[in-house]
Write a protein that binds this ligand. Structure first.
Ligand SMILES: *[C@@H]1O[C@H](CO)[C@@H](O)[C@H](O)[C@H]1NC(C)=O
Ligand SMILES: *[C@@H]1O[C@H](CO)[C@@H](O)[C@H](O)[C@H]1NC(C)=O
Ligand SMILES: *[C@@H]1O[C@H](CO)[C@@H](O)[C@H](O)[C@H]1NC(C)=O
Ligand SMILES: *[C@@H]1O[C@H](CO)[C@@H](O)[C@H](O)[C@H]1NC(C)=O
Length: 480
């Protein structure tokens, strides 16, 4: 009797403890600009995101890497890309590269806490061997694509299919817009989820990356936006917002919503030439300017104690692994660069971070070398900060609004210093006025540089050829 009672007690305790863990929904909005949300710019139509952000915590100083694979690697592993070899460009489809397998990633850590883990959307952390792919790295299921820049309707990249349902190439959704397909898949996951388990959904949507494509119904919601590129782009953002609304509705219908914590972030700044907008910040995607690295982000929902405010503490992409594990009630791993910011964000306390590396890809490829460090209010840039530069308002007024590339200083030794608290739009280079500050930041940067690994950016591997795999990008050719 006593034994049975004990077992029952234990079972109900474990069950109770598990069901109390929050569901976590981590949304990545691909290339979404700083100025591309309704809570910053009333040209945009993002009622769902606006409500979540306003009811939650807007993360006003949230930093990422200037490009997709590096940022996603930082989110997932908690490691700065300059230590994992992913600091240069993105992972190319034909390269024998993936996020190093020696790091556990968020779904693996959450599985240890009893979570069901599902991913719908874009991976871009390497797929050359099966071991690199989502269902081998902690996700129970995966529906989405491995690379980038694919067509929103045909789901192909460089002419070959890049769409997968777990391990199977998925040819069934030709002609269907990805935000619609993904939303349906996410709703299916929610509807079949066993409610005794906490749920982790990783939702890196395709919207709003280049190519600019959206069903006309979304574009038509912006009759006053004259420039057709910007009008389509605004529609893509609106489609993303609608998808998020549908996901939250599905969570509500299953009674999961009240115990769900949401995190939304862009992976880098807006791509200016394809109509993303980071005004008033300087620069865009690809660059270490604030417009490339300080991005739209917010948290909302379960567990937040202080809400309805803008958090101005420093948060970096690498902080999400420990922070989400902590929000889930677990003990974060400590062998990474990320710090646990959960108590800071949920209670509005000072950030646990005082510095970070924007990137370190310097002297390795001198012509394209770039390095940047932040310490407190100051930011030091060494070498080429990357394209895109300048200050651009939304190109919404005339049909001929186009983005013109500025001329860059490619001098790899150039130093620039900004006080980004006093001068968030980086207009005043202080390097000549404050040599002591420059020296201090440079010394610290060089300390980090001693931990840098060379960029893992090899030549293409001919074994990747999709024609060997039924014309779909398919793992199994790099033997890590
Ligand atoms: C275009 O962008 C500017 C600057 O953000 C904004 O003030 C204006 O309302 C926008 N125009 C339209 C038609 O949305
Ligand atoms: C993991 O692998 C990367 C890339 O090979 C290497 O630079 C790093 O030192 C390794 N880290 C650990 C903790 O083993
Ligand atoms: C996708 O396939 C179509 C039809 O073959 C082709 O015209 C288009 O260029 C492809 N797009 C991409 C991004 O691969
Ligand atoms: C959201 O749900 C509505 C109603 O079912 C549907 O019409 C719309 O296409 C959905 N949007 C997305 C992005 O899936």
């Amino acid at each position: 009797m006593a034994t049975t009672a004990t077992i029952l007690l234990l079972v109900s305790f474990i069950g109770g403890a598990l069901s109390q863990r929050p569901n976590i929904v981590f949304i990545v909005a691909d290339d979404l600009g700083w100025n591309d949300v309704g809570f910053r710019n009333n040209e945009m139509l993002t009622p769902n995101m606006d409500k979540m952000a306003r009811d939650g915590v807007i993360l006003d100083r949230h930093y990422v890497q200037p490009l997709c694979s590096p940022s996603r690697s930082a989110f997932m592993s908690g490691v700065f890309p300059f230590k994992s070899g992913l600091q240069h460009d993105v992972i190319q489809a034909r390269q024998s590269v993936c996020l190093p397998l020696n790091y556990t990633i968020i779904p693996q850590e959450l599985k240890k806490l009893g979570y069901a883990t599902h991913m719908v959307g874009k991976w871009h952390l390497g797929f050359c061997e099966w071991e690199c792919t989502p269902t081998f790295r902690g996700f129970d299921t995966f529906f989405g694509y491995y690379n980038s820049m694919e067509d929103y309707y045909l789901h192909n990249m460089s002419g070959f299919l890049d769409f997968r349902n777990n391990k199977e190439a998925e040819w069934d959704y030709q002609g269907q817009y990805s935000a619609w397909v993904f939303t349906q898949k996410i709703v299916d996951v929610i509807n079949t989820h066993d409610k005794n388990q906490p749920l982790f959904l990783y939702l890196p949507f395709q919207n709003v990356h280049f190519p600019t494509e959206v069903p006309k119904v979304y574009e038509d919601r912006f009759p006053n936006v004259v420039n057709s590129g910007r009008r389509i782009y605004d529609g893509m953002v609106n489609a993303l917002d609608e998808a998020i609304g549908n996901v939250t509705d599905a969570l509500k219908e299953r009674g999961l919503y009240d115990n769900t914590l949401f995190l939304l972030t862009a992976d880098n700044g807006g791509e200016i030439f394809s109509h993303g907008n980071n005004w008033p910040l300087r620069g865009g995607k690809h660059s270490l300017w604030e417009g490339g690295t300080r991005v739209t982000a917010f948290m909302s929902g379960a567990g937040l104690q202080k809400t309805g405010y803008t958090y101005d503490g420093m948060i970096h992409a690498v902080d999400w692994l420990p922070t989400l594990v902590s929000a889930a009630g677990g003990t974060p791993v400590t062998d990474r660069d990320g710090v646990d910011q959960w108590d800071s964000i949920r209670n509005g306390l000072p950030s646990k971070r005082t510095e970070f590396i924007y990137n370190l890809d310097y002297l390795v490829i001198p012509k394209e070398g770039q390095a940047g460090i932040r310490m407190g209010d100051y930011k030091l840039l060494m070498g080429y900060p990357g394209s895109q530069d300048g200050w651009h308002r939304p190109m919404n007024k005339t049909e001929d609004d186009i983005y013109e590339e500025t001329i860059y200083d490619l001098n790899p030794d150039k130093l620039q210093l900004f006080d980004v608290m006093a001068d968030p739009t980086e207009r005043n280079d202080l390097s000549e006025d404050l040599p002591d500050v420059v020296a201090k930041l440079k010394t610290r940067l060089l300390e980090y540089k001693s931990q840098m690994v060379p960029p893992n950016y090899p030549d293409t591997n001919p074994n990747s050829d999709p024609t060997k795999y039924g014309n779909a990008w398919t793992p199994g050719w790099c033997k890590l």
